[in-house]
Design a protein around this ligand. Structure first.
Ligand code: GLV
Length: 333
């Protein structure tokens, strides 16, 4: 007899490896249209579905969960999970999983690409060349910032923040970091110094953000914080857009309060605050922190494995609300 396979919904086209893994076990529907899926359409798709594979732009809030009675797991193909109401999921006994580690190097690399690009005016120079405006070598032309021996301030010293610090070795930088919990291991391993936010902002030549987006980190960097930074300092954001008050940042850049910024994430993606596009001292990339062939395929694989393991009664590779797992074990025993 043909037994009906559990149904899984994949909310966007992802690397095939993830879809193939799921197809071996489940009846899989993939939303392949390249336009945002509305909440109503998502709910419709979730009827009779036990697992949702979501991406950064899939907003899974209480309204959606309350209308998806069969949902057991939301597997986010991202390390961040601010697109999901985790507390509500936990209350409803829905597991939430994510894909850390597999994108750490890719994201740390992009952070350095942005740091170097903004400090050495790489993108501005590219624009000059394309516009045919290069008039010849000039000792005073397009001078950027020195990097070696300067101070790098990392806000959020988790996996990615630590990987960014590790990569600074070649530039022999002084390392400062801010973190919720003490990290003496990083102080010992990298010679980095844990400080408070104000000290970091006042002393750093490059400030790089690596915190998750939470109610506590929303607008962590606003007008006041930007005013504490050196006028020669740069801000780099590869974390989440709303960690920075983008309008305050535009004002700070326009007023020369800081030297420049490099942003991979924006407050209201895919839009950005007007004014940013006219500033030469800003480098902008379209949320590509984890966008390497390898990282994205590992993320898809891990997101699929999280679903397979959880539905098989095993611990997912990374679970955000393990208490759901505990409740489930209690129920089973
Ligand atoms: C991407 O932004 C992620 O959180 O993985």
């Amino acid at each position: 007899m043909d037994v009906q396979k559990p149904r899984v919904f994949v909310a966007w086209q992802i690397p095939e490896i993830g879809i193939e893994l799921l197809q071996a076990h489940y009846e899989v529907t993939v939303y392949r249209e390249k336009k945002p899926l509305s909440r109503e359409a998502l709910v419709k798709q979730l009827q009779g579905v036990v697992a949702l594979l979501s991406i950064f732009s899939t907003r899974v809030d209480a309204w959606v969960m309350d209308r998806a009675p069969d949902l057991k797991i939301i597997s986010n193909m991202a390390v961040g999970y601010d697109n999901i109401d985790v507390d509500h999921a936990t209350r409803k006994g829905i597991a939430v999983t994510n894909t850390p580690d597999v994108l750490t190097d890719a994201t740390a690399d992009l952070t350095w690409a942005l740091l170097l690009a903004v400090a050495r005016r790489v993108v501005e120079g590219d624009r000059v060349m394309r516009a045919g405006q290069f008039k010849g070598w000039d000792p005073l032309y397009m001078l950027g910032a020195d990097i070696k021996g300067r101070t790098l301030g990392i806000i959020g010293a988790g996996r990615i923040g630590a990987a960014v610090m590790e990569r600074s070795k070649g530039w022999q930088m002084k390392l400062l970091f801010v973190n919720r919990s003490p990290r003496p291991d990083l102080e010992a391993r990298l010679g980095a110094q844990q400080v408070d936010l104000e000290t970091l902002l006042r002393q750093s030549d490059f400030v790089s953000l690596h915190v998750p987006l939470t109610p506590q980190t929303r607008h962590l960097i606003g007008a006041k914080e930007l005013s504490l930074m050196k006028p020669t300092a740069y801000l780099i954001n590869t974390a989440r857009g709303p960690v920075v008050d983008e309008r305050a940042l535009v004002r700070a850049l326009q007023n020369g309060q800081i030297a420049g910024a490099a942003l991979d994430v924006f407050e209201d993606e895919p839009r950005m605050t007007p004014g940013l596009e006219t500033l030469d001292n800003v480098v902008l990339t379209p949320h590509i922190g984890s966008a390497t062939v390898g990282a994205r395929s590992r993320m898809a694989e891990m997101a699929a494995q999280n679903i397979i393991r959880y539905l098989n009664g095993q611990k997912p590779l990374s679970i955000v609300n393990p208490e759901v797992m505990e409740q489930r074990t209690d129920q089973q025993t």
